[in-house]
Design a protein around this ligand. Structure first.
Ligand code: HEM
Length: 463
């Protein structure tokens, strides 16, 4: 271990934990990387971590040495939540994970399947528009309602028509999300039985409640087999279970784990992009005006917004990319773990080292992004940089084998609400504060959301 990547000197017992206090982890890690370099070693509690903070080193980890670094660390919270790795996001790279990913890409999240949910998206977004209209002139908590809308879409896509379990299920998933992340004491001191026991009780309680709800939902689907017209994601998984028993048997536990992944992966992430996107637009009135002009130009002849013409919204697509550059919904991605000892940039990375990729810092690297801290959607115009995993300076969905499989599900959930909000309303801040002074503080957690809800006043546009 003599040739580890550089990093600050660890203290006995706590290692470098004290250096992550005071600010958000991604901010502290960036400051340390500015001093120690893009491949840095940090001891957090008992655990050795490698922190990756440049596109080049991210490429080494996710592509060049991708096979070695595609496992997930065995964290207490994710172990419980994922039914011991029975899902996609937290299972180890191997045949089992490959089969589940295949079900995802071939059955669950195909373009055709995503299109089949169009009426669900349009319905949920229209409901949001109506609520805003009804509150015209008064302060509207946009963050809260965007969140409910995105989970509403996920719930109806997964469970079919509005489920009586929806509200309580979404609340429990939110509670569970708070417990995930990897910086809990139990995950930093895996050998401490006391810490494991203390953390376990809390996570197991929420997980147990979610499990019971999911089992009821599965049972309801079994009882009404063939009755619903639109196949939802639980129907698809149950059909796969019935028809593929001999090749790859999918248990109820697997189904519950995969459905949970869709909520954990696809709910708060998509809503955070809409929420940060609207926040940046309010702070940048010139960009807001231009975006509204584009949406209104494209949809004015119809008088309403639907999904058919979203592809024409070139500027809005740049706004979404720029939002994810500055506010990647999962700022440190999902942690990875090295399987075997390996060498990167001449340094030794021991087997079983945890790897944290600071996508937030990479998106603000001034070497790649001129005026990196400014919101400038134009930088993506006439520019081929995309989030599909081949441009390592922009990796909000990760890259390599474990890249997010939900991109095609996520994008319409972001584009459609933003287009509707810009088409139907003009927006202003409730207070006398200037637009550019809007508070942009991030909350702590695995996903990056606003610390304080975005509350705005909508003025209905009269075309
Ligand atoms: C803006 C929306 C989203 C963002 C920013 C996002 C981001 C991410 C990131 C960063 C990862 C880890 C990638 C890595 O390790 O390299 C991931 C994995 C994953 N995401 Fe997403 N995600 C989004 C939406 C979705 C949606 C809508 C779904 C499902 C419907 C989904 C399902 C998953 C799953 C199952 C994984 C685990 C993949 C694996 O480990 O093999 N995500 N996502």
């Amino acid at each position: 271990n003599k040739n580890l990547p550089p990093g600050p000197r660890p203290l006995p017992l706590i290692g470098n934990i004290h250096q992550l206090l005071g600010s958000l982890p991604q901010v502290c890690l960036k400051k340390l990387a500015d001093k120690y370099g893009p491949l840095m070693h940090l001891k957090l509690g008992e655990v050795s971590n490698i922190i990756v903070t440049s596109p080049e080193t991210a490429q080494q980890i996710m592509k060049t040495h991708g096979l070695n670094f595609s496992d997930r660390p065995n964290l207490l919270s994710s172990r419980i939540v994922s039914y011991n790795g029975a899902d996609i996001a937290f299972s180890q790279l191997g045949d089992y994970w490959r089969q589940l990913r295949k079900i995802c890409t071939v059955e669950l999240l195909t373009t055709k399947r995503v299109q089949s949910f169009r009426s669900i998206r349009e319905g949920e977004v229209s409901e949001l528009v109506e609520k805003i209209r009804a509150s015209e002139g008064s302060v509207f908590n946009l963050s809260h309602h965007i969140y409910l809308m995105t989970f509403g879409i996920a719930a109806r896509a997964a469970f079919g028509k509005k489920s009586r379990y929806q509200q309580v299920f979404v609340a429990k998933i939110k509670e569970q999300l708070k417990l995930l992340g990897g910086f809990s004491l139990a995950d930093l001191y895996p050998s401490s039985r006391v810490l494991q026991l203390m953390a376990k009780g809390k996570i197991e309680k929420v997980h147990g409640e979610i499990d019971r709800l999911l089992q009821d939902i599965i049972q309801e689907h079994r009882n009404r087999e063939g009755v619903e017209a639109l196949e939802d994601l639980v129907d698809v998984l149950l059909k796969f279970q019935r028809e593929n028993e001999s090749e790859f048997s999918l248990t109820d536990e697997n189904i519950k784990a995969v459905i949970q992944d869709i909520f954990i992966g696809g709910g708060e992430t998509s809503s955070s992009v809409v929420e940060w996107g609207m926040s940046e637009l309010i702070r940048n009135p010139r960009v807001m005006e231009e975006a509204q002009a584009e949406v209104r130009r494209v949809f004015d002849s119809r008088g309403y917004v639907d999904e058919t013409e979203l592809h024409q919204l070139t500027y809005l697509k740049c706004i979404i990319k720029e939002t994810m550059r500055l506010h990647p919904p999962v700022p440190l991605l999902i942690p990875r773990e090295g399987r075997e000892r390996c060498q990167i940039n001449g340094y030794e990375i021991p087997a079983k080292t945890r790897v944290i990729i600071n996508a937030w810092a990479i998106g603000r690297d001034p070497k790649y992004w001129p005026e990196a801290e400014s919101f400038k959607p134009e930088r993506f115009l006439n520019n081929s940089i995309d989030f599909k995993g081949s441009d390592f300076e922009f990796i909000p969905f990760g890259a390599g084998r474990r890249i997010c499989p939900g991109i095609s599900f996520a994008i319409p959930n972001i584009e459609l609400p933003l287009a509707q909000l810009l088409y139907h309303f003009d927006w202003k801040l409730p207070n006398i504060i200037k637009n550019e002074e809007l508070d942009m503080t991030d909350s702590h957690g695995i996903t990056s959301t606003r610390k304080n809800d975005l509350c705005l006043i909508a003025i209905t546009r009269k075309p």
